[in-house]
Design a binder for this molecule. Structure first.
Ligand SMILES: [Zn+2]
Ligand SMILES: [Zn+2]
Length: 355
């Protein structure tokens, strides 16, 4: 089968791989029809690794994906408890926790230290024509949900988890640093949760426009001078700052800015991942404000909720609009180049390996 593998930094190549074997007892074979290019994929593409895990042999990236079941094992029980059938369309949760460790037993499979995550070294991802995956990682999608939207459910799940960690309440205010796909989805969820006003900081003009379209009260660029950067927000909140801050950028200086933009006693959720696995921030501001800071890691059983949202026509249309660019498998390098460059109004680039 055709596949695209990462050989090293900025080195994606089309390759021919042996076809997948018949699926195991409780697995299914999925024909991959949409793979979203995620910020973490771009990380691996740019540096050849992520969070200390390096690509040491050619690897298929891609953990945000959806497709059609084309073969089933003997007992392919989906997460919902129903048996998967050939022809069903599914979104796939890329994380396979061990199920036995302390974290898994406590209901935090996302923190499982030995879990497999498709598309992060050493485990292969979905930039290929077919994949065998555990049936219980599959979420059946109604026909109305396009493959592109299906691939966005993972991203949406991450956003739902981040919003959960923010412990939002109706009429709380929020500030979001970074209006990429996750930041924009957080914005959409905060709107649904009755959070207002919501302010956004984002350097790319098209993304600021998108944030305004999705209901941000205001969206500003991020000037270099930190004192200046927060001026519009402090003016809008009469110096108080917002109840909740979300850092959804690169965990660089935006961490300091998020702390500064959040009110004393408020909560901050750090979602962004820094390129070099290092984050620095001033100590005094978060200490004096007594901020509660949560680190978000992926998600926590949020797929069913993501799917429920995607089944609402209005929300589905919003998700579809975030898929701004589509590519064939062979065009994967172009998809990565585009997503990394923020050019051409790109929000989400999606690769279709079955085209
Ligand atoms: Zn992702
Ligand atoms: Zn575990």
């Amino acid at each position: 089968m055709r596949a695209v593998q990462l050989f090293g930094p900025k080195d994606l190549r089309s390759v021919e791989l042996p076809d997948v074997p018949p699926p195991g007892l409780s697995d299914v074979t999925v024909r991959v029809e949409a793979v979203g290019v995620c910020g973490s994929d771009l990380h691996m593409w740019e540096t050849g690794g992520i969070g200390g895990r390096q690509v040491t042999s050619p690897l298929c990236l891609g953990h945000e994906f959806a497709g059609t079941v084309v073969e089933v094992g003997k007992t392919p029980m989906a997460e919902s408890g129903t048996k998967l059938e050939i022809g069903q369309r599914v979104a796939v949760d890329p994380a396979i926790p061990c199920g036995h460790c302390e974290n898994c037993r406590e209901g935090n499979p996302t923190l499982c230290p030995t879990h497999v995550f498709m598309g992060v070294p050493p485990d292969p991802g979905a930039l290929c024509e077919r994949m065998n995956v555990p049936a219980e990682n599959c979420f059946v999608m109604p026909d109305a949900i396009s493959p592109g939207v299906g691939s966005l459910l993972e991203t949406l799940g991450v956003a739902i988890h981040a919003v959960d960690l923010g412990k939002t309440a109706v009429a709380h205010s929020a500030v979001i640093f970074g209006a990429g796909p996750v930041g924009l989805l957080i914005l959409s969820l905060l709107r649904l949760a009755g959070v207002f006003p919501i302010y956004v900081f984002e350097p790319v003009a098209e993304r600021r426009a998108k944030a305004m379209e999705l209901g941000a009260a205001d969206a500003w660029p991020v000037p270099d001078d930190p004192a200046q950067a927060l001026q519009p927000l402090l003016a809008a909140t009469r110096g108080r700052g917002c109840d909740i801050g979300f850092e959804v950028a690169d965990a660089g200086r935006s961490v300091d800015l998020t702390f500064a933009a959040t009110r004393s006693g408020g909560r901050v959720v750090l979602v962004g991942i820094p390129p070099l696995d290092r984050t620095e921030f001033g100590h005094a501001t978060p200490r004096r404000k007594g901020l509660t800071v949560r680190f978000a890691r992926r998600m926590k059983h949020t797929y069913p909720r993501a799917l429920a949202l995607a089944e609402r026509p209005g929300y589905a249309a919003m998700l579809q609009d975030l898929v701004t660019h589509q590519f064939t498998l062979a065009e994967s390098p172009a998809a990565f180049e585009l997503a990394a460059s923020y050019r051409d109004g790109v929000i989400k680039a999606v690769v279709n390996p079955s085209q």
